[in-house]
Unconditional design. Sequence first.
Length: 256
Amino acid sequence: MLEIPDVIVVKPGVNFRSAMHMSIQRVMIGLASVMAWFLASPAVSWAIELPAGPLANLKAEAFLKRESAQAELLAWARGHPELAMDELFRYSKVADDPEVRERCLAVLHELVNDEYQKEGEGFIGIRMLEEIANVPGDPNPRSVIRVIQVMPDTAAQQAGLQPNDLIAGLGDLVWREGGVTLLFGEKIRQFKPHAKVTLKVLRNGNLMDLEVTLGKRPLSADNPFLDPQQMDPAAAEKAAKDAYFRRWLERRKSPK
């Protein structure tokens, strides 16, 4: 056991500062030894355990109870995803009950989806045109963006942006010259998914601030030659998430 002296005895002829230095040095060496044992000990585990209650209920007889347990496990896992991923992956392989394996894999899939959403570029989800307009409080005409379409299930729709709204600014940024739709689009793409931005929106003659939590730019947004009538954005996004999850699993299975 590491012993720290209550009293430091200085012998005659020994400098007090030197004695203090030697005592501190002994303590530090002792602490280093204890830490080395702690890290090397097989009894010490850095793994996190899945909560017993939801884990047991994943194989409950009642379907709704199994669904509730899976949702509870996901909510718990999102609190510490990196550690939870290891245990969920392990249970998806070694759990005796196939239902538990399947549901642990489903929770793991959701966590990896969360990781996927954090990568890439920001996306707001509108179709737009450039205009010149007078903005309250600004003596000079300003370049603005007219929203001509709000795409469903996008950041714009969730924030309450409406067709015919005029976007007169992004944060402190306003536009005086042309090319505003290109500048706006490039600026939005510089943000990460889930970033919050504030739009200056002119609606019915009133200027207001509208906070938008950006989504992730979908693959379809970068293919201008893709016919929207033949494209299913939700299916394309799901396919991209599934592909990301498969790559994640392959990396996890590969020897490090």
